[in-house]
Write a protein that binds this ligand. Structure first.
Ligand SMILES: Nc1ncnc2c1ncn2[C@@H]1O[C@H](COP(=O)(O)OP(=O)(O)OP(=O)(O)O)[C@@H](O)[C@H]1O
Ligand SMILES: [Mg+2]
Length: 212
């Protein structure tokens, strides 16, 4: 389907020597452009696993995920990830030996080597000053790091933004600001934005809520 990410009969389990832990079984879903999707569900329900599959970080055991009609496996997981996906994950975000500005520049270069963007301008639009942009990302607060991850996604013009509890550790005002940035990207830039949240308030503000 054009203008959609479709999940068809998706199954996934984590395998260890002793047991098979089935996390997702024959799931079907459709995500459409221009919307913010809020994924909710109890701890251990498989939300992060689903996002990893949607981002091409894990391979389904069976079933398929298609990006605008193309199976992401046939696009190539690596190519799909670097060209199309922006991750705003808590532990899988930024290169910790680089500054904020270098992170944004690197993410753009990997996606599209010819593209030139003013990374400071993007960071500034998210409230990261030039001084902070030149700091190592480890010297930024959690909320600032989330914004840098969003700046990476904006810079590379990611079509799909996957955010795993982006507002989890933040005070409610900062959480709302971050959420509004993501919402604006979906609505004004017509991107796919999929957000995992434990917050009922945030879930209500999403265009579509999906419970796992
Ligand atoms: N690398 C792994 N190896 C084995 N089992 C895993 C692995 N990662 C997650 N699991 C298991 O898979 C299930 C789903 O985990 P997942 O991280 O997707 O849940 P979640 O919905 O994101 O939970 P939370 O809200 O706590 O973040 C859990 O039972 C978890 O223990
Ligand atoms: Mg999780």
């Amino acid at each position: 389907m054009d203008n959609a990410i479709t999940v068809k009969d998706l199954s996934f389990c984590y395998k260890s020597k002793k047991e098979k832990n089935i996390v997702l079984e024959k799931r079907n879903m459709i995500f459409q452009r221009g919307n913010v999707y809020g994924i909710t569900g109890r701890s251990g329900a498989g939300k992060t696993t689903l996002l990893s599959l949607l981002g091409g970080l894990e391979k389904p055991d069976s079933g398929e995920i298609s990006y605008e009609g193309k199976n992401i496996e046939s696009i190539g997981f690596r190519k799909y990830r670097s060209k199309y996906v922006g991750f705003v994950f808590q532990n899988f975000n930024l290169l910790d030996y680089m500054t904020a500005a270098q992170n944004v520049r690197t993410s753009i270069e990997i996606a599209n080597p010819k593209q030139k963007e003013d990374v400071y301008e993007i960071l500034e639009s998210l409230g990261i000053t030039k001084e902070k942009a030149d700091r190592n990302v480890n010297c930024l607060s959690g909320g600032e790091q989330q914004r840098v991850a969003i700046a990476c996604a904006i810079g590379k013009e990611a079509e799909v933004i996957l955010a795993d509890e982006p507002t989890g550790n933040l005070d409610s005002q900062t959480a709302m600001e971050i959420f509004n940035v993501l919402k604006e990207i979906a609505h004004k830039k017509n991107k796919y934005v999929i957000v995992i949240t434990h917050s009922p308030e945030i879930a209500k503000l999403c265009d579509i809520e999906m419970k796992l």
